[in-house]
Design a protein around this ligand. Sequence first.
Ligand SMILES: C[S@@+](CC[C@H](N)C(=O)[O-])C[C@H]1O[C@@H](n2cnc3c(N)ncnc32)[C@H](O)[C@@H]1O
Length: 212
Amino acid sequence: MTDDATGWFEPLYAQTAADGGAPPWNRDGPHGLLEQVVEDRRFDGGGTRSAIVVGCGLGADAEYIASKNYNTTAFDLAPTAIRIANDHHPDTRVQYEVADLLDLPDAWRHAFDLVVECWTVQALPDPPRTDAIHAISDLVAPGGTLIVIAVARDDDGDDSAPDGGPPWFLNAATIAKFAHDGVEPVDVRRVPDPEAPEQRRGWRAELTRPAA
Ligand SMILES: C[S@@+](CC[C@H](N)C(=O)[O-])C[C@H]1O[C@@H](n2cnc3c(N)ncnc32)[C@H](O)[C@@H]1O
């Protein structure tokens, strides 16, 4: 199931790159909701704090987080995405890595002051979505912050029907799963999605792992 769920990303990056393009979700700049949270909360890494960007694709969100003075790691399952992210940002301060969210290095557990998840989980069916959500929460250091951005369902209907995605618009119960193993919600909102404000709403969720 996991291979079926995630095996199509690398071929899509490779094919669209060969055609001179990019996958349909690609953006040149950060997601508007990520910008909203970071600006509203004045998040700044001060040159010392660490951040990790999950399923980073071609790196727009990762470059934005690095510009906020975080020592930024960004990872994706697809080697072609990571190669292009490096090619597009030759002077980057981001450490781009190929890694599988469902099999992360032990050293990343509870290791990052800021964890950014945008649109990865909604691209996965369940399974393996719940395992992916818990792996993301696991990255948050004590005292750290998790930001989750996803397209929202307007109701509490099923968000995992096999023929419903990808992407699957996520319901409140799925977003609640990020509050896992000590991670707690801070501010979870279903708001107009700046990427398509007339058409849909999005989740902007902030969570934390309280300092020990
Ligand atoms: C819909 S795209 C979103 C990309 C980017 N976050 C954005 O907002 O544009 C989902 C991304 O998650 C990556 N991905 C999917 N499953 C993954 C996994 N198990 N581990 C790491 N990355 C994964 C895909 O390769 C793809 O780049």
